[in-house]
Design a protein around this ligand. Structure first.
Ligand code: NAD
Length: 359
């Protein structure tokens, strides 16, 4: 086993999700790497000590710059607010580190392009974790096997109701200078990444942004129509005001041979319709926990459900496999840039009230 020494910047929600994955990956998957949780970095020393003790980090640090040139660190993992991603990632890549970064990759396309350049030739990862939800990976397998046929419609929604909590308005996520955008970068970015992964490139978008709270700098809802290169048409809708929903990351795909429906709030299940089925039977509900579904052989026996955290563990396992084998890992910074370009295209289209064509 080789050893990777980790420094993680950001000790919040994603700091917990990543720390958990760092511990769990070798409990479930046979990887070629030992992961050492060397340093956790955030702003609040008291909280850092608590996080370090709970999640097993050896050291704490409040200045991320001090981590960059440390020879005892191999990986810089970025789970800090969006405005810090580019500066940290570029500095880390230039210092020869492996860089893992949360989504959205950057604040804008120019930043994302600089980040892609900086990591060229070095292993890198963007935490678009939903690609590794077994039911979603199985959906991709069905599409790849031709079970959906020619795709007509791709419909996705990310309905979150976090905006209804007024106290959140003061956090970094609701400020332009720290978040870059609102629901567009935060939630629509996930929908776009999945759409590209499941249904291929998007050639044109027609977007709409809405801010419900007067004076707020970022969008509360981001909606777009999309034309895909494969001829299908789509709608993607992300909102922080989807009252009644917590984290309804959902897609529906309709094709000439079948259809698929997924909803993260019921993430172990995938609905599938095959046109050869008796129409009166409607859709089949597949419990995507094995046997034979992606990733699940590494988790529990069939029917023993998995959760949100497993998507991060499986992402990391795939990255470590690619690192060991010297193959390319996705989602990487280039994938993050593609999403960033689409978020920008949606914003441009919303502003101009016109369709935007992707270059
Ligand atoms: N993959 C996903 O599904 C997913 C889910 C949630 C968040 N995210 C992304 O993860 C990132 C972090 O989001 P979060 O929900 O964990 O936020 P959070 O507010 O819970 O945590 C942010 C952390 O960053 C730290 N931080 C802020 N400024 C810092 C600085 N200058 N130096 C070091 N640390 C600093 C804070 O101390 C805090 O620990 C964002 O980019 C967000 O978009 C991704």
């Amino acid at each position: 086993m080789k050893t990777l020494n980790l420094a993680m910047i950001g000790q919040g929600f994603m700091g917990r999700a990543h720390s958990n994955a760092f511990h769990q990956v070798n409990h479930f998957f046979d990887t070629a790497f030992n992961l050492n949780l060397n340093v956790v970095c955030g702003r609040d020393e008291n909280k850092l000590r608590e996080v370090a003790s709970r999640w097993g980090w050896s050291e704490t640090e409040t200045d991320w710059r001090k981590l960059i040139d440390r020879p005892d660190i191999d990986v810089i993992d970025i789970g800090a607010p969006n405005h810090l991603h580019a500066e940290i990632a570029i500095a880390a890549a230039e210092a020869g580190k492996i860089v893992w970064c949360e989504k959205p990759l950057a604040m804008d396309v120019a930043e994302a392009e600089r980040m892609v350049k900086a990591v060229a030739g070095k292993p890198n990862l963007v935490w678009f974790n939903y690609r590794r939800v077994p039911a979603i990976a199985f959906a991709r397998q069905l599409i790849g096997d031709g079970r959906i046929g020619e795709v007509y419609h791709y419909r996705a929604t990310y309905l979150n109701s976090s905006g209804l909590n007024a106290t959140r308005g003061n956090t970094w996520r609701y400020k332009k200078e720290t978040a870059g955008s609102g629901a567009a970068g935060d939630l629509l970015s996930h929908l776009i990444d999945l759409a590209l992964w499941l249904n291929g490139p998007i050639s044109e978008v027609c977007g709409l942004l809405k801010t419900f709270v007067p004076g707020r700098e970022v969008d509360d809802a981001a909606i777009t129509m999309a034309r895909f290169a494969n001829g299908s048409v789509g709608t993607l809708e992300a909102t922080r005001y989807g009252t009644g929903n917590r984290n309804r990351n959902m897609f529906e795909i309709h094709g000439s041979k079948g259809a698929l429906v997924f909803n993260l709030e019921d993430m172990n299940r995938l609905q599938f319709y095959d046109v050869n089925d008796a129409p009166e039977n409607g859709m089949r509900t597949i419990l995507a926990t094995g046997p034979g579904h992606p990733y699940v052989n590494d988790f529990w026996p069939p029917g023993h459900l998995i959760g949100y955290e497993h998507s991060f563990i499986a992402t990391l396992a795939d990255f470590l496999k690619a690192l060991h084998e010297g193959t390319e890992f996705h989602a990487n910074f280039e994938d993050g840039l593609k999403v960033q370009k689409l978020v920008a295209a949606v914003e441009e289209s919303a502003e101009k009230k016109k369709w935007t064509t992707l270059a």
